[in-house]
Design a binder for this molecule. Structure first.
Ligand code: FES
Ligand SMILES: [Fe+2]
Length: 431
């Protein structure tokens, strides 16, 4: 249980707040690169309570700038991209990705020597592209390095980037990254019950363990059917500092839109069977899934991450942690909160917080604890993928999030060496 003040400090992310200042010390994924491949190369984004515009100009450069034009505040989400930079649709002022004003068409004619534009800047943030995602850094200069996690350079994988906007505070999403027991109940037992009302409960957890390392926490769980030699207990999963989850075959990022909304960005890797090697993916698809069913108005509960979303939004826009009661299963939550508190203090004292990377030598294919590493990096023949207790189910259906576009499903099936026109088997239970 927290005091109201502790809860406020851990959750609020606006400019100048302790948590906002801490999280701004890291790069965050904010979109899929493929979302900007077509004609539509500009979209409004809200991050850490700031209204911004993300665009990709005709030369391919991404820019992230204030949504309001510094001339007379027109909405730059309706601007148009140029060879270099973004032009406001109201009077044509043009800005580059560094925030410089490059053109003021009428001023440049009427007062060409005035150089008014040299005095104008628009707020802008550094943007980078990696692993099919667009990343932003909103903290003070100099920006640290964008982490080069090893899975981002794994070969022979079909990757997709999956996004959703979740109407709740980011911290309840991230606390889910260090919550081992919810798998048993939310995904296994509830998942089974949703499909068959009389289904029996699955195997129980007998023990959970938590360890901290440079890039977050590892949690391990001992399930009664799997024993202590299983990767769930020997390797575990990673609550990736500060706001992500790494589960071996995918990352889930929880990026604050503002205090009451979070952008979920998932990077998903499927190793192709050895018969399909070499597989080189031309473009990493990116898509956004719905979280509510328009027919019923209820949250979608058919896919793994949608089930998590149900839990997170159910905790309220900002969970009231003065009313919770933490048990033994929640020990990791306490570790995470205490680490956030100490790192907020470090930032206030002018130090780099946990996990900030500045040494290029140390930022090369950083390995993370990875269950099924041999399968993900070395591959298996198709028959063995089909029989695999985890990856087998992934061949028949995209289990993680609802709304996968049909063309992404077909491309995935082709990559896996399977007939592309077989519909996903939505009746199948992943657990
Ligand atoms: S308001 Fe943008 S150019 Fe005038
Ligand atoms: Fe979950």
């Amino acid at each position: 249980m927290l005091t109201e003040e502790q809860n406020r400090q851990l959750t609020r992310v606006g400019s100048g707040t302790p948590m906002g200042e801490l999280l701004r010390r890291y790069w965050h994924p904010i979109a899929g690169v493929a979302e900007f491949d077509g004609e539509d190369r500009i979209r409004p984004v809200r991050l850490f309570g700031e209204d911004l515009v993300l665009y990709r100009d005709k030369s391919g450069v991404f820019g992230l700038v204030d949504r309001r034009c510094p001339h007379r505040r027109a909405d730059l989400a309706y601007g148009f991209v140029e060879q270099c930079g973004l032009r406001c649709n109201y009077h044509g002022w043009r800005f580059d990705a560094d925030g410089r004003c490059l053109e003021q068409p009428y001023e440049d004619v009427a007062n060409p020597t005035g150089r008014f534009r040299d005095k104008i800047r628009i707020a802008s943030y550094p943007v980078a592209v990696k692993a099919g995602m667009v990343w932003a850094y909103m903290g003070p200069a100099p920006a640290p390095l964008l982490p080069d996690w090893e899975p981002f350079s794994w070969k022979n994988g079909f990757v997709q980037v999956v996004l959703a906007e979740i109407p709740c505070n980011w911290l309840q999403c991230q606390e889910n990254s260090i919550d081992p027991v919810h798998f048993e109940w939310m995904h296994m037992n509830w998942g089974r019950r949703l499909r068959a009302p009389d289904s029996a409960h699955g195997p129980r957890h007998l023990a959970v363990a938590f360890d901290e390392f440079d890039h977050g926490f590892v949690y391990r769980r001992h399930r009664e059917d799997l024993g202590e030699a299983h990767g769930m207990w020997t390797v575990g999963r990673v609550c990736l500092w500060p706001n992500a989850f790494f589960l071996g075959d995918h990352f889930e990022y929880r990026v604050p839109i503002d205090d009451e909304n979070t952008l979920s960005v998932a990077w998903m890797f499927n190793r192709v069977p050895t018969e399909s090697e070499p597989f080189v993916q031309e473009t990493i698809p990116a898509w956004r899934g719905p979280i509510a069913d328009p027919a019923t108005g209820k949250w979608i509960s058919s896919h793994v991450m949608n089930q998590d979303f149900v839990a997170w939004v159910g905790q309220g826009r900002i969970a009231d942690r003065t009313k919770e009661n933490l048990g033994t299963s929640d020990r990791g939550i306490g570790l995470l909160r205490r680490r956030f508190t100490s790192e907020m203090k470090k930032v206030a004292d002018g130090e780099d917080p946990k996990g900030v990377l500045r040494d290029p030598q140390a930022n090369r294919r950083i390995p993370l604890p990875t269950m099924h590493r041999e399968v993900l990096t070395g591959g298996l023949p198709l028959a063995q993928v089909k029989a695999h207790p985890v990856f087998g189910a992934h061949l028949d259906r995209f289990v993680f999030q609802a709304g996968q576009p049909a063309e992404v499903w077909r491309d995935f099936r082709r990559a896996m060496g399977l007939p592309p026109d077989v519909a996903p088997n939505e009746a199948e239970n992943a657990f």
